[in-house]
Design a binder for this molecule. Structure first.
Ligand SMILES: Cc1cc2nc3c(=O)[nH]c(=O)nc-3n(C[C@H](O)[C@H](O)[C@H](O)COP(=O)(O)OP(=O)(O)OC[C@H]3O[C@@H](n4cnc5c(N)ncnc54)[C@H](O)[C@@H]3O)c2cc1C
Length: 265
C-alpha cells in the first residue's frame, strides 16, 4: 500500500496578529507549525503503516522553509518527503494549490490513499482536499473520524453535526482527517536523529514547475479565480440588559417580545 499525506505549514495562530492599516497577517517572527488536522492525517497513515505495512510519502507545497514540516513527519515515521516549491506557484488560491498538488501526486504515480487535513488553520477553506480528489478523479470521504482496513477496502466513518456515516471505499481514495481521528504521536529520538541529519535531507525531493505537468494558466496569482479583497478581525460588540418585571411570567413575556422584535425567534 502507498499512502500520500498532504501537509501544510501554517503560522501558529496563537501568535498571529493583523496589521490594522493593511489588513494583512503579520507573519514576521511568527513560528510555523504543521497544520493540526494534517498531523491527525499523518498519524492515521502511520498507524496503517504500523499495522498493515505501507510506504508513506509526505508532500507540502510552500516556500523552502516548508521543508520543516516534512522533516517533522520523517521524524514521526514517514518514509519520504516531497517539497513542491517554485516562484511560479506563489499567490495560488485553493483552485491553483489543488491543481499543483494533484499534478505532484500524478507524478508520484500509483497510490492507495491520499490523506489531507479537513482544514488549514490559516486559510480555513477546507477546499483543497476535495479539489485534489476532483482533479485526480478519485472518490473522497471528508471529516473522517475512523479508518479501518478490511481486506482490500477501507471502512471509513464520517463525522458531521448531523450524525455519523460509515462508508466502505476501495482504493484509490482521498480522505480528510479531523482531530477526533486520533492523538498524534511524538517523534522518537531515533526518528529525530534520522530526519534532521544528512540522511533526512536525502529523503526530501523538490518538485518545481518544470517537474510537473501543469497548465501555467491555472496556477499562481494569474491562474487563481479568487482574490483576497480584505482581511480583518471582526469587532466584538457585546450588550447586556437586565429584564425587569413583577414576576417570572412578566419577565419571560418581555424577553420573548424583545427576541421576537429582533427576529431572533
Ligand atoms: C488570491 C489568493 C492569493 C493567495 N496568495 C497566497 C500567497 O501568496 N501565499 C500563501 O501562502 N497563501 C496564499 N493564498 C492562500 C492559499 O490559497 C491557501 O493557503 C491555500 O490554497 C490552501 O487553502 P487553505 O489554507 O484554505 O487550505 P484548506 O483547504 O483548508 O486545506 C485542507 C487541507 O489541504 C491540504 N493542503 C492545503 N494547502 C496545502 C499545501 N500548501 N501543501 C500541502 N497540503 C496542503 C492540507 O492537508 C490541509 O489540511 C492565497 C489565496 C488567494 C485566494
Amino acid at each position: 500500500m502507498r499512502i500520500i499525506v498532504c501537509l501544510k505549514q501554517v503560522p501558529d495562530t496563537n501568535e498571529v496578529r493583523i496589521n490594522q492599516e493593511t489588513g494583512t497577517l503579520i507573519r514576521d517572527g511568527v513560528p510555523s507549525i504543521m497544520n493540526p488536522d494534517d498531523k491527525n492525517a499523518l498519524e492515521e497513515a502511520l498507524k496503517i503503516k504500523d499495522e498493515h505495512g505501507a510506504e508513506l510519502i509526505v508532500i507540502s507545497m510552500g516556500p523552502p522553509q516548508a521543508k520543516d514540516v516534512l522533516k517533522e513527519a520523517l521524524a514521526m515515521g514517514a518514509d519520504e518527503g516531497i517539497l513542491i516549491s517554485d516562484r511560479a506557484f506563489g499567490g495560488s488560491d485553493t483552485w491553483a494549490t489543488a491543481t499543483i498538488i494533484a499534478a505532484a501526486i500524478e507524478k508520484i504515480g500509483s497510490y492507495d490513499i491520499v490523506f489531507c487535513g479537513r482544514q488549514a488553520i490559516d486559510g480555513d477553506t477546507a477546499q483543497v482536499g476535495p479539489e485534489i480528489a476532483e482533479f485526480l478523479n478519485i472518490p473522497q470521504v471528508t471529516y473522517v473520524k475512523e479508518v479501518k482496513v478490511k481486506d482490500n477496502k477501507l471502512v471509513v466513518t464520517r463525522f458531521t453535526e448531523y450524525g455519523e456515516y460509515v462508508f466502505e471505499v476501495a482504493a484509490p481514495v482521498l480522505l480528510t482527517a479531523i482531530k477526533e481521528l486520533n492523538t498524534p504521536r511524538y517523534p522518537s529520538i531515533k526518528g529525530i536523529f534520522k530526519a534532521y541529519g544528512d540522511k533526512g535531507e536525502e529523503k526530501i525531493k523538490i518538485f518545481s514547475f518544470n517537474d510537473l505537468v501543469v497548465d501555467p494558466t491555472q496556477i499562481g496569482l494569474k491562474g487563481s479565480p479568487t482574490n483576497v479583497y480584505k482581511s480583518f478581525v471582526p469587532v466584538k460588540d457585546k450588550h447586556s440588559e437586565i429584564i425587569e418585571g413583577q414576576n417570572s411570567k412578566e419577565k419571560a413575556d418581555t424577553l420573548v417580545r424583545k427576541l421576537s422584535e429582533l427576529n431572533l425567534i
